[in-house]
Design a protein around this ligand. Sequence first.
Ligand code: NAP
Length: 247
Amino acid sequence: MALLEGRSVAITGGAQGIGYQIAKVAAAHGAHVYLSDRTVDAAQAAAAELAADGAPVVGLGCDVTSPEQYRALVDRVVRERGRLDVLVNNAGITRDAMLHKMSLDDFDTVVAVHLKGCWLGTRAAAEVMREQRSGSIVNISSLAGKVGNIGQTNYAAAKAGIVGLTKAAAKELAGRNVRVNAIQPGIIRTAMTAAIPAEVLAAKARDIPLQRMGEPVEVANVALFLASDLSSYMTGAVLEVAGGRFM
Ligand code: NAP
């Protein structure tokens, strides 16, 4: 069963990791995918890989901290497809440091990419989705936003902020049949977690009831569920995809 047949889906930070898998799963379910990333080259290379299987996937540049670039992404989808059905706010970075060593720039940069980026995307998509009276926005938060992590006061604050943003936007947009939900992944095997030393990962894995890291596709499948009509009676929800960690 194709869950997104003919839908127009935009994803940020889609050139690798979780965003790439979300693009791949959406394309496999019949969506027209607009895969964006900070650099147009990375986005186009990733889109070309997915399009090689015949899927309609377009790669574009979109720095999520730029209102103009976010607006251009949404405008492009609407110009070419007439509508925007799904936006996945996925782009992310980390700039970890203990509080006493974290620079203001480390804080501002992380909050700008995650929280401001998510707000800009939600605002731009909502403008279109309100008028078409349908749409699904999926925001990628993190379990760090629920429990906090040492060395991540910036990231945890931004990811917790995404939960508040998601719930407020869900309430504002529900009357227009636009749903806004969030996912809180745990530790997922991507470039973002590749730098964590093996012994630290092994220690963390001992806290995970399912006893392993997650794979990007396991987050992508939940994003597919929230993007599709399978979750038609869900809005303002925060789904943990964390192998039971910190349940
Ligand atoms: P990833 O492999 O590092 O991919 C993140 C992507 O976002 C990269 O392609 C990156 O591009 C892009 N990006 C960074 N800054 C951007 C900007 N300003 N505008 C547009 N794109 C930008 O990370 P991931 O693990 O897949 O993470 C995806 C999302 O899941 C993030 O929001 C992350 O916080 C969240 N998450 C991940 C985990 C995990 O364990 N991996 C856990 C919880 C939540 P560049 O490489 O060019 O910077």
